[in-house]
Design a binder for this molecule. Structure first.
Ligand code: SF4
Ligand SMILES: [Zn+2]
Length: 367
């Protein structure tokens, strides 16, 4: 099978990982919910570490009809399609209504407008089949007075002119790419994602050009990595993550890596594996270990584990989960590995045994 430069369409036609796609389609067909195209999927306020320092952020999950790849089957851990509008695209007017709902939320909840805007679509903001050029430009204009914006996209759609729609207003623009891992075999076989590391490198090069072309703003790439996809043992997942962070940091144009520990989402292959005791989300000790090991590389590395401490999220023994989670978040803001010296727990010995003994054919070794 050739992985040279497949497009989503090629995979949608069944030339990709047919077995994974078939299973994922069957699992996803169990979903029943449908959602209002005039409401964003989610919106919230937070703070984030950026190349310009720690900023107040407004995170928007736009409802754009969902990821086309997910409709074909999609990634083994991703349940986001279940949150999207059924079959089809969302109009310009509906998208702008969604943005307005987010601005209203911000006006009600925050003292002042956030410096950083982050827009995710559970797909690709830069795919014009999801967000048309008219909507993209109107959204750029809406946020023209903000400092920085993060836009989620698959690498295929990253384009200097689309980035230019934002940088022309002086907004520092980052494209968030769900690379998941720098290892093509793990991305293809464990995650069922269709693009290659070379596509990510091409997208970074495109962002680097947009950066040079922009007068008063910067452009760059933020890589999202998946800690512990299914079918990898704990130690394999840790080793893959350390090398992935190093390889991303080496690519010009990629300034930030966000490591996301896998959590068990509904209507996914990971959920089926977990249900049959075939998958355990990563230990928080593994997340801390990766951050410590990569602390000296030349990129910002952050992690904000979702669902920590629960059976379906990254966890240790439950006793120490909140403490380790707090250290991980502190590291994200300060990039100081000594935060991990202050946390310890008896379950570290269990984690060390898992790291030694768990292999992909006998996992998980513990719950
Ligand atoms: S992880 Fe991204 S590309 Fe994969 S199915 Fe989910 S939304 Fe689509
Ligand atoms: Zn513990």
């Amino acid at each position: 099978m050739s992985h040279s430069h497949p497009t989503p369409d090629v995979y949608e036609q069944g030339k990709g990982m047919d077995a994974h796609n078939q299973v994922m389609r069957e699992i996803r067909s169990e979903k029943e919910a449908s959602y209002d195209p005039h409401e964003p999927t989610r919106v919230w306020l937070d703070e984030d570490n950026t190349p310009g320092g720690v900023k107040q952020s407004l995170t928007i999950i736009l409802n754009t009809g969902g990821c086309r790849w997910a409709r074909a089957g999609g990634c083994t851990m991703c349940g986001y399609v279940a949150e999207s509008v059924d079959g089809g695209s969302v109009s310009h007017e509906a998208l702008m209504d969604q943005i307005q709902v987010c601005l209203d939320h911000e006006a009600n909840e925050a003292d002042e407008p956030a410096d950083l805007i982050k827009i995710y679509t559970s797909g690709s903001f830069l795919d014009e089949r999801e967000v048309g050029a008219e909507s993209r430009r109107a959204i750029a204009e809406t946020f023209a007075d903000r400092e920085r914006i993060v836009l989620e996209s698959l690498p295929d759609f990253v384009d200097r002119e689309k980035i230019g729609d934002f940088t022309q207003y002086g907004i520092d623009t980052d494209i968030a790419i769900g690379l998941e891992t720098a290892t093509d075999r793990v991305r293809h076989d464990c995650v069922n994602k269709y693009f290659d590391f070379s596509d990510f490198e091409d997208a970074c090069a495109e962002a680097a050009i947009a950066d040079r072309e922009a007068d008063a703003a910067a452009a760059g790439i933020k890589a999202y990595l998946l800690m512990k996809p299914p079918f990898l043992a704990e130690s394999e997942a840790v080793a893959d993550m350390i090398s992935s962070i190093e390889r991303c940091a080496d690519v010009e144009g990629c300034h930030t890596v966000s490591m996301n520990p896998c959590n068990v989402q509904r209507y996914t292959m990971v959920d089926e594996l977990h249900f049959r005791d075939g998958y355990r989300p990563p230990w928080l000790w593994s997340v801390a270990h990766v951050l410590e090991e990569t602390a000296d590389i030349d990129a910002i590395v952050v992690s904000d584990p979702v669902g920590h401490g629960s059976d379906r999220g990254p966890h240790n023994c439950k006793e120490c989960d909140d403490l380790v989670q707090k250290a991980i978040k502190d590291f994200g803001l300060r990039q100081d590995p000594t935060v991990f010296e202050q946390v310890s727990c008896a379950c570290e010995a269990t984690w060390e045994a898992v790291m030694d003994l768990e292999c992909s054919y006998n996992q998980p070794l513990t719950r």
